[in-house]
Design a protein. Structure first.
Length: 57
Protein backbone atom coordinates (compact mmCIF):
# COMPACT_ATOMS: atom_id res chain seq x y z
CA UNK A 1 0.00 0.00 0.00
CA UNK A 2 2.89 2.33 0.79
CA UNK A 3 4.34 1.78 -2.70
CA UNK A 4 1.03 2.67 -4.33
CA UNK A 5 0.97 5.95 -2.41
CA UNK A 6 4.55 6.76 -3.47
CA UNK A 7 3.75 5.92 -7.08
CA UNK A 8 0.61 8.07 -7.03
CA UNK A 9 2.50 11.03 -5.57
CA UNK A 10 5.27 10.58 -8.14
CA UNK A 11 2.83 10.51 -11.05
CA UNK A 12 1.00 13.55 -9.67
CA UNK A 13 4.28 15.42 -9.24
CA UNK A 14 5.33 14.67 -12.83
CA UNK A 15 1.90 15.77 -14.07
CA UNK A 16 2.15 19.07 -12.17
CA UNK A 17 5.69 19.67 -13.45
CA UNK A 18 4.62 19.11 -17.06
CA UNK A 19 1.63 21.42 -16.57
CA UNK A 20 3.80 24.15 -15.04
CA UNK A 21 6.33 23.84 -17.87
CA UNK A 22 3.62 24.20 -20.49
CA UNK A 23 2.17 27.17 -18.61
CA UNK A 24 5.50 29.02 -18.72
CA UNK A 25 6.15 28.37 -22.43
CA UNK A 26 2.56 28.72 -23.66
CA UNK A 27 3.20 31.98 -25.54
CA UNK A 28 6.04 30.39 -27.48
CA UNK A 29 3.76 27.48 -28.35
CA UNK A 30 0.85 29.68 -29.46
CA UNK A 31 2.57 32.70 -31.00
CA UNK A 32 5.33 31.57 -33.32
CA UNK A 33 8.29 33.96 -33.01
CA UNK A 34 8.72 34.90 -36.67
CA UNK A 35 8.53 38.40 -38.09
CA UNK A 36 6.88 39.09 -41.41
CA UNK A 37 8.11 41.79 -43.76
CA UNK A 38 6.10 45.03 -43.77
CA UNK A 39 5.01 44.44 -47.39
CA UNK A 40 3.67 40.93 -46.66
CA UNK A 41 0.28 40.34 -48.27
CA UNK A 42 -2.09 37.85 -46.63
CA UNK A 43 -4.14 35.59 -48.88
CA UNK A 44 -7.70 36.07 -47.59
CA UNK A 45 -10.90 34.84 -49.22
CA UNK A 46 -13.09 37.54 -47.63
CA UNK A 47 -12.62 41.28 -48.14
CA UNK A 48 -10.70 43.07 -45.38
CA UNK A 49 -8.93 46.34 -44.65
CA UNK A 50 -5.48 46.26 -43.08
CA UNK A 51 -4.92 48.95 -40.45
CA UNK A 52 -1.71 50.11 -38.80
CA UNK A 53 -2.17 51.61 -35.34
CA UNK A 54 0.41 53.90 -33.78
CA UNK A 55 0.94 54.28 -30.06
CA UNK A 56 2.87 56.76 -27.96
CA UNK A 57 5.32 54.23 -26.56
Amino acid sequence: MHNVKKLSIGILLIYVMIGASIFYIQEKLIFLPSKLPMDHAYQMTVPFEELFLESED
